[in-house]
Write a protein that binds this ligand. Structure first.
Ligand code: EPU
Length: 440
């Protein structure tokens, strides 16, 4: 994978890209396969690094995986699930947070699990306290070791529990689903996240034989069953990648048809895009996103859990906001530290001021904690090329589109991190007419 790009900016991105399965669903669907007694087949799987990391991790635990990267069909046979060596798990986990989600299925199948020190994008502390508490509520015995965290199932296996999340965490909700489906008895989860990726995971678990009811008001009831079978499923398309290309079209003054983008998963984003003045042509097989010419409108956006404006949409849209006429405000309420990427935008000529206060109606968890989690973006400011090192997945994508919309040359290093979640990123840029040279 290319690690550095020398980008000649100032040209609109025009053309078509195709999005496949969602990065925030596919790894979890792969983990769910461990709960089955027969093989599972997942379709529409993208060729991204996160899929490779999870493949390595489940293979270490005895799952046999075949992945046809061209057709996007991945099969997993969990019939030989076994214990893996702690050092091997650590070496293969890299910066992925997936090992924490393997715990429930492993506790059911082999009675123990191990989590190395976890990474993921550097967008805040990203603690795992909700996950550990949830697993303890199912009866798991959790022990902190110098190398990581070791877990054991109680005699008789995990038991259903009554759980309330203090925040609708996506990962903790998935943790509950993956642990509860085969736990003995009923699990009642309150304060659940209900992102479309979670509903797709629930659809998968239901295909496997799980009994899960999504009630109103963020309540999910899971009636445990003793065993599950394998599934066949088409992964939902990546709404975050779709929104990223949509923002790239606006920021560069371009016109991109995102084949596979699904309106129903993106209604909040589409409303915001429209209010900003972005052009939309919503079709059954994808969405055309374009800059219609003229001025873009400034906006107020507050990120939130679904059905709010998703945090992963924020960074690419901020780049487009630097090209809107007037003052935009973004209040980030999901992660405390997701504006680090704006330093580079400022060096490129953008006017972005960060604030510690909640600049929005929601008083979020970060309001009194000294985190710069609100941004004021004043446009329209021409951007100029700069040397940038990519900080994380979404911030990295944003830097690349900033470089593509800027006048002059930018040297962007560390771009391989973008391949964690964006399939064939460099090839897609090429197909859209981006002017760049791969530097390695
Ligand atoms: N949190 C805790 N304790 C926990 C877990 C979470 O305090 O034990 C906090 C987090 O620090 C954060 C908030 O709860 O402030 C929400 O975190 P959540 O658990 O919802 O996030 P996640 O499951 O770790 C997934 C996506 C993220 C996406 C978020 C929010 C995956 C692999 N990651 O993360 O995606 O931003 O949900 O929708 O599904 C990305 O794609 O770039 C990305 C970061």
């Amino acid at each position: 994978m290319t690690s550095a790009l020398r980008i000649e900016g100032g040209n609109p991105l025009n053309g078509e890209v195709k999005v496949r399965g969602a990065k925030n669903l596919v790894p979890k669907a792969m983990v769910a396969a461990l709960l089955g007694s027969t093989p599972s087949t997942l379709r529409n799987v993208p060729e991204i690094k996160d899929v490779q990391v999870v493949t390595d991790l489940v293979e270490l635990h005895g799952v046999s995986v075949t992945n046809n990267t061209e057709t996007g069909e991945l099969t997993m046979d969990p019939s030989q699930v076994s214990l893996a060596n702690h050092a091997d798990i650590d070496a293969h986990a890299g910066d992925s947070r997936i090992p924490i989600l393997l715990c429930g299925p492993l506790l059911h199948t082999i009675g123990e699990a191990f989590i190395p020190d976890l990474g993921g994008c550097r967008i805040g502390d990203r603690p795992i306290n909700y996950h550990l508490r949830v697993l303890e509520e199912f009866g798991a015995k959790v022990e902190k070791l110098p190398t990581g965290i070791s877990m054991k199932a109680p005699a008789g296996g995990l038991k259903g529990a009554s759980i309330e999340l203090e925040y609708p965490s996506v990962g903790a909700t998935e943790q509950v689903l993956l642990a509860a489906t085969r736990a003995e008895g009923k699990t009642e989860l309150r304060g659940a996240a209900v992102e479309p990726e979670i509903l797709d995971l629930i659809a998968i678990l239901q295909k496997m034989g799980a009994i899960i009811t999504v009630e109103t008001d963020r309540q999910i009831i899971i009636e445990g069953v003793p065993s599950l079978k394998g599934y066949q499923h088409n992964a939902m398309p990546d709404r975050n990648e779709s929104a990223s290309w949509a923002s790239a079209a606006l920021a560069t003054g371009g016109d991109i048809f995102v084949r596979g983008a699904n309106q129903k998963d993106m209604t909040t984003f589409l409303n915001v895009y429209r209010k900003m003045g972005g052009g939309l042509d919503i079709q059954d097989d994808g969405i055309r996103f374009y800059h219609p010419g003229g001025e873009l409108n400034p906006l107020f956006v507050e990120t939130n859990v679904h059905p709010g404006f998703m945090t992963d949409w924020q960074q690419p849209l901020v780049v487009a906001m630097t090209q809107a006429t007037g003052v935009s405000v973004v209040h980030e309420t999901v992660y405390e530290n997701r504006f680090g990427f704006t330093d580079a935008l400022v060096r490129m000529g953008a006017t972005v001021q960060l604030h510690r206060d909640c600049l929005g109606p929601t008083v979020c968890r970060f309001g009194h904690k000294n985190f710069q989690h609100s941004a004021i973006i004043t446009g329209k400011t021409p951007l100029k090329g700069a040397d940038i090192h990519v900080p994380d997945l979404r911030g990295g994508f944003s830097h690349v589109i900033a470089a593509l919309s800027a006048e002059g040359t930018s040297n962007v290093t560390g771009v391989s991190v973008i391949s964690r979640g964006y399939e064939h990123f460099v090839e897609k840029l090429n197909a859209l007419g981006a002017q760049f040279e791969a530097m390695d």
